[in-house]
Design a protein around this ligand. Structure first.
Ligand SMILES: *Cc1c(COP(=O)(O)O)cnc(C)c1O
Length: 424
């Protein structure tokens, strides 16, 4: 599309946007009496106006029924988590028996590694992206140490080329192929949290399998953001959080995908709890764990219903909008943001912003990361003062993520105008 850096053009795109009314379904924070331009849906998604009712319903049912709410609540609590697979399977691209909502992200990553990282003397390495999200780095490091290996030896990070910001696909594949059957696990983010690079998960999975390793993905920045086909790509496992693009509230409940060939294998080792136990006989409370033969077999505890209620409120909105329409709008939004930033740069005597997110919209999601070449923190603070909520990452990156459910093209145009005025 031929974009233009004018308010009229931005408004015209908004007018044509089939999803434009969804913005009304969310609360925007207010700064100086005005709704902010909110670009941090990659960090904490906005609150749907319906969330409160979903949570209050559960509080009411708790007041009304006490413990009987497990059976008599409007959405009975005992099988509460079972309301999610239908909706999440569309977002994650998997079968319903391959997905379960539970715990939080880093906890789930550890639980999945109990199953999928069982190193031996010869096969113990993990291949991951350089500059993975710190929690993932700590998880990998501590898992490796737990098994008696040294992180420097066991963890192979694939880095961007000299002077580059994105990791080349061929470098990832080469690193996997070169690992001489020493690799136990390939674990990448779906979208890197810092650069916004979207990895080719299908090829990474193929390469991992070709050397006899498992392939897993942390979808924190991918779930609800980019097209995912976990099952068709043959990915072994994945996990994500629900509070970023999935708008389910701070610290919201996480989710897990396990390919059905593993999910149905009740012999696979895991750390077990009563909620992963075969439902028919769970309450006999017999000795000896018998796993549910689906992703549910990895559950430990009964459902955190209040947090799940907020998750449900958000997923109902995703359902209504339709994931395909969201992807179409996402590409346009981030394309427009790229265009505006490039236009801005071209008007400066000296380049001030380097976009470190891939320009190819098949290699990125909503997020565009701006490496600030001068006065980055000052510009960022001024943006905040003027009502733009973006995200600062040391040493000098501003991350901006227009999301299709509630951001508009006008948001992006106005953002460009504000930066432009700050640069003057
Ligand atoms: C946001 C994020 C996390 C956060 O983990 P929690 O366990 O939810 O606190 C972990 N990993 C990645 C890649 C993230 O983007």
């Amino acid at each position: 599309m031929n974009f233009q850096n004018t308010l009229a053009f931005a408004k015209q795109l908004d007018e044509q946007d089939e999803l434009k009314q969804f913005r009304e379904l969310f609360y925007f924070p207010i700064i100086n009496g005005k709704e902010v331009i909110y670009f941090t849906g990659n960090s904490l998604g906005l609150q749907p106006k319906t969330t409160q009712d979903y949570v209050v319903d559960e509080l009411e049912d708790w007041a009304t029924f006490g413990v009987e709410g497990h059976f008599h609540a409007r959405k009975p609590w005992m099988p509460y988590h079972e309301i999610f697979p239908r909706q999440l399977s569309k977002i994650i691209g998997c079968k319903e028996n391959e997905v379960v909502v539970m715990n939080s992200l880093t906890v789930n990553l550890h639980l999945l590694m109990v199953t999928f990282y069982k190193p031996t003397k010869h096969r113990y390495k993990i291949i991951c992206e350089a500059k993975a999200f710190p929690s993932d780095q700590y998880a990998l490091e501590s898992q490796v140490k737990y098994h008696g290996f040294a992180p420097e030896d066991a963890i192979i990070e694939v880095k961007p080329g000299e002077g580059e910001h994105s990791i080349r696909q061929e470098d990832i594949i080469a690193a996997i192929k070169q690992s001489n059957n020493q690799t136990a696990l390939v674990l990448f983010g779906g979208v890197n949290y810092y650069t916004g690079q979207l990895f080719d998960m299908k090829s990474i999975t193929e390469a991992a399998h070709s050397v006899g390793a498992y392939a897993g993905f942390d979808l924190a920045h991918a779930a609800g953001n980019v097209e995912l086909h976990m099952h068709d790509w043959d990915v072994d496992f994945a996990c994500w959080c629900s509070y970023k693009y999935l708008n389910s509230g701070p610290g919201g409940v996480g989710g897990v995908y396990i390919h059905e060939r593993h999910a149905s294998n009740t012999e696979l080792p895991r750390f077990a709890g009563w909620w992963g136990y075969t439902k028919e006989t769970r309450f006999k409370m017999d000795k000896g764990f018998e796993a549910i033969p689906t992703a549910e077999g990895w559950q430990l505890s009964n459902a955190p219903v209040l947090s799940m209620a907020a998750h449900k409120a958000s997923l109902d909105i995703f359902d209504e909008a339709g994931i395909d329409k969201l992807h179409t709008k996402r590409r346009l939004l981030s394309g427009y943001l790229h265009y505006i930033l490039n236009d801005l740069n071209s008007r400066q005597k000296e380049k001030l912003i380097e976009i470190i997110t891939p320009a190819d919209d098949n290699a990125r999601g909503c997020q565009v990361s701006m490496l600030m070449l001068k006065e980055g923190k000052k510009i960022f603070d001024e943006l905040t003062r003027q009502g733009v909520i973006a995200d600062w990452r040391e040493p000098n990156v501003i991350r901006v993520a227009p999301v299709p459910l509630y951001n508009s093209f006008e948001d992006i145009y106005r953002f460009g105008e504000i930066i432009s005025s700050i640069l003057k």
